[in-house]
Design a protein around this ligand. Sequence first.
Ligand code: FE2
Length: 268
Amino acid sequence: MNEKENPRPLRVLQLTDPHLMADPAGALLGVNTRDSLDAVIEQVLAQHGQPDLVLATGDLAQDGSAEAYRVFAEKLRAFPCGSGWIAGNHDVRGVLELVASEQQANRRHIVQGGWQFILLDSSVPGKVFGELADSELAFLADTLAQNPALPTLVALHHHPVDIGSDWMEQIGLRNRDAFWDVVDRFPQVRIVLWGHIHQEHDLHRKGVRLLATPSTCIQFTSGSRKFAVEELPPGYRWFELETSGEFRTEVRRATDFEFDLDSNSTGY
Ligand SMILES: [Fe+2]
């Protein structure tokens, strides 16, 4: 059945910041990151069922190990559909790309369900902040110019806007003006999506929805001036995308996941 005969919206799952480690006991602030990802995946299957596409928006590994990326691939077997992975500040780009290529998850441009998905690498080796290289900006501009009719979701790891948190302002996308200079030229962009900040945001800018999503492990306190974590369960974002460009999205959390968060930590 082709897309014109099938009016069902495209179902897209975003998983972000799982921070997996080679050590099966690996934990962030007391939360075992494999267990929390398992809980999120169970919640997806119970709440929404199978997606048509998974977008994994960075910090897939905490330790940059091939084992951690292979564990991520193993967890994604819960979803037989394809996926696209991008790097965050904790990732080691070369190792991520190697394992992603084994999984056919190294696609940076995906056309599916009448939409296109452009996945950008905003990671900067050795830095927590993000920056889009000239080659990434050119890839974004060229891809948008070549596909003017497709409603578009652009995904990256780092936040390209102020999210009202002093400590995170220092670790967002540095060259955000250059990013918006491109996006503003292309009205088919409907969604800009990111991870990194381990919290939910839903903002609007010039007709574009700006969406951030909880981590599948620990959550940072929204609006906090200094580093702080809060005891919210791990979560994910779900999209239902219509070929008309309209869409619905929501964040859900694994509310049954039990964890003992070390709330006194001053960093992660
Ligand atoms: Fe993260």
